[in-house]
Write a protein that binds this ligand. Sequence first.
Ligand SMILES: Cc1ncc(COP(=O)(O)O)c(C=O)c1O
Length: 390
Amino acid sequence: MDPWKTGNLTSHAPPVLAPRGALAFIGTPLTTEACPPAHVPMNPPTSLRRQFASDNYSGICPEAWQAMEEANHGHSRSYGDDPWTTRASDLLRDLFETDCEVFFVFNGTSANSLSLASCCQSYHSILCHELAHVETDECGAPEYFSNGTKILTLPGANGKILPEAIARTVQKRTDIHFPKPRALSLTQATELGTVYSPDELGVLQEQTARFSLKTHMDGARFANAVASLGVAPAEITWKRGVDVLCFGGTKNGMAIGETVLFFNRPMAAEFEYRCKQAGQLASKMRFLSAPWVGLLKDGAWLRHARHANAMAALLEQRLTDIPGIRILFPRQANAVFAELPQPLLAAMHQRGWIFYTFIGAGGCRFMCGWDTQPDDVEALAADLRSLSGS
Ligand SMILES: Cc1ncc(COP(=O)(O)O)c(C=O)c1O
């Protein structure tokens, strides 16, 4: 069933299982319980037990929180002209071992859309995997912010673009009536929890060089990819032809925020205007940049990603032991995709477990985050085992 048409949007009953956070609120009538008047103290929020729906269910990690707290003293200059933003930008340049242009935006959709718009004119096209977030989950924002650039989708097993598909798509039409391919968008780690190796990226780089395509990388889970591969970030970005990376902070333990790193510096020209026009220029920018300082200064970003990946590895191990459950894709980062028998899936939802069944190519996605604990994994696995009757 299409999760967007479950009835939550029209039903006045609170959804048992909202497909996405935002829809949970759309589906819930705006009563005084949902929106208390400003003078009424909020009841302590009913917090969920730690779930496996998304790595954005988690709270803020201590390092990011502490940096926000430290930034919250006195006044500071606005719109990025502050010491936190300078420090975070420098830490990012150190991490990537290059003098890239750095921007801080609120979320992944804007990071992707605005950076892709910088790659293209409106008459161009962007090639990406058919399951890419920019194609399936950004409400047309990449096309919107680039004034009509067309997205062309490519196939490929396990969420990774098949290199030959690039040549096929670029060469299929070269006439003036078809939008000219200009950029390749990769997701690292992919939407299916797999990771492109440096060699795989090298093969894609040959294709982008051959067809003069710019390379954009959606790195909402870039940290998990680095943790998985055990390589320096440079080895899977600018050294493999990536022009612009959207490096995700939210899923790595921040409240909000992604950075856009232009390794191809001329492409960053006037990017701040794009950000401003799109409502992505934070006036109190230090609160977007300070958490990066917290995460980067002593390697917390990588620790959290390694931890999330380790929890997913543990979960995969547990699921493998349960009859009737089939792992769908190689687990290489912090997600495990599995096929569950329908009655088991329903029973798990009934028991209050929240996980998505509509992402990627289907199956159930179990996502681990920086705060997932071994006990959470064991609790999920125990319920799966007992409800499966094994
Ligand atoms: C692969 C990928 N890219 C980008 C994003 C960022 O999206 P958002 O605009 O919700 O921050 C997400 C979030 O789920 C994602 O999974």
